[in-house]
Each structure stands twice: as C-alpha cells, then as structure tokens.
Design a protein around this ligand. Structure first.
Ligand SMILES: [Zn+2]
Ligand SMILES: [Zn+2]
Length: 231
C-alpha cells in the first residue's frame, strides 16, 4: 500500500494522541480520563469527521492512554485495539502494576503522581481487537503500516509503525519536561533491558522518526546512539 499518511497530533492534557489519516483513519491512544473535550477540539481543527476514525490502537493500559477510550469509542464508533495482556485495564478498570522508576527524578514524580493515579477512575468499555505478539497489518483499516508488540514500559506495550518510517511508540520512549531533559528511556519502565530490545526491534523494522506520547517527535537515530552507548 503506497498511500501517503498525514499525521495529526491531538493534545489531551499530559500526553498526546495521534490521528493517522490515509485512505482510512486510525488513531493512536485515547488520552486521560475526562479529555473528550480536548479530543473534540483537536478533531474540529481537521477536515475529518469523528466517524472517519475506524480503529483506536491503545499503546498500553496506563490511565493517561485509556482514560477517554469509552467516550472516544462512543463518539467515533471506532474499534478498540490493545494487547491481550492489558485488555483488563479497559474492560475491568484493572490498574496495571506501576513500572519501576528509572531515575531519582522519576521516583520523586511517582510520589506525586502515584497517589493521584490510584484514585483516577477509568470508564470501562469493551475491547474489539485483542493484539498478540504477532504484528497487526493496518492495510485493512486503510493505513500503510502495522502494530508491533514492543514491551518494556509495560509487558503489553505496542507501537504503530508506518511504512514511511514514523513510529508511534506510546511510552516506549519519552522526550522532554516534565518527564526528562531530552529524548530517551521512559522515566518508568517495567523492564529497561526489554525497552532496549524493543527499540532495536522498531529500528530494525525501519523506524526513522519516533513519536512519543509525552513530548515532541525526534529522529530514531537518537535511540540507535543510546543503544550503542549502552552496549
Ligand atoms: Zn505509561
Ligand atoms: Zn503515558
């Protein structure tokens, strides 16, 4: 599939979702709870209707990525996809284990964000596509790309990689304040070695630009250099 894909970031509070518009329209992540207003505003600035979005790929089951999933699903009629091992976060509001802090700053942040996150209610809804370790080809949704299992931040984390090289990685990498000073390791990660393995996986698959959920996009080369430095 050779169609061009337009990338529309939609800010939703502490992170951002991405609307990928090609022949079909697929969205990455569903924001924090209560962010449907921000989503509507973002959508209003585009020449798109809510009903154009046919699939929402959730990169992982943390509250800031699934919080408005039900409202977005109701508004768009889109199917919801998440990795099988994290579907309970959406369907049963089961909180994922908090990943380990990867720096002193992350530990300090966790003391503030942790108790807040524990009290946040995520409205439940049903998952339509349970992802596995196999890639999901997005061609049938009209977008030239695929969903890949990229564990490390959480066990069920996935990324969307377009054929043109843009990778939407959720929290597999983060960039900038308040998370970190520049692009690199997520401040929280279930398994730092697995984060590196997943970076290698998306680089080998042809990623050229990384679009994190927290912070600005950056060249994939940054991850290649970080891997070389860690070797
Ligand atoms: Zn996360
Ligand atoms: Zn996040």
């Amino acid at each position: 599939m050779k169609a061009r894909t337009s990338i529309h970031p939609v800010p939703v509070g502490i992170d951002r979702c991405y609307i990928l518009e090609s022949v079909g329209v697929v969205m990455v992540d569903a924001g924090a709870p209560g962010k449907i207003g921000a989503f509507k505003e973002g959508l209003a600035s585009l020449a798109l209707q809510a009903r154009d979005i046919c699939l929402v790929v959730i990169t992982h089951g943390h509250f800031d990525h699934i919080g408005s999933a039900r409202a977005i699903k109701e508004m768009t009629g889109a199917r919801l996809a998440i990795h099988e091992c994290e579907r309970a976060a959406i369907e049963n509001a089961r909180k994922l284990e908090v990943p380990s802090a990867q720096s002193a700053w992350a530990k300090a942040m966790m003391r503030i964000v942790g108790p807040m996150a524990r009290h946040l209610e995520v409205p439940r809804t049903t998952v339509d596509v349970a992802l596995s370790d196999e890639d999901l080809d997005l061609a049938s949704y009209g977008v030239p790309g695929r969903v890949m299992h990229t564990p490390g931040h959480t066990n069920g984390s996935v990324s969307v990689l377009l054929e043109s090289g843009e990778a939407f990685v959720g929290d597999l990498a983060m960039n900038g304040f308040p998370m970190r000073r520049g692009p690199g390791m997520p401040v929280f990660a279930a398994d730092a070695a697995q984060v590196h393995a997943s970076w290698r996986k998306i680089l080998d698959a042809g990623a050229t630009t990384i679009y994190p959920a927290h912070g600005e996009p950056f060249p994939a080369q940054v991850l290649r250099q970080a891997l070389a430095a860690a070797a």
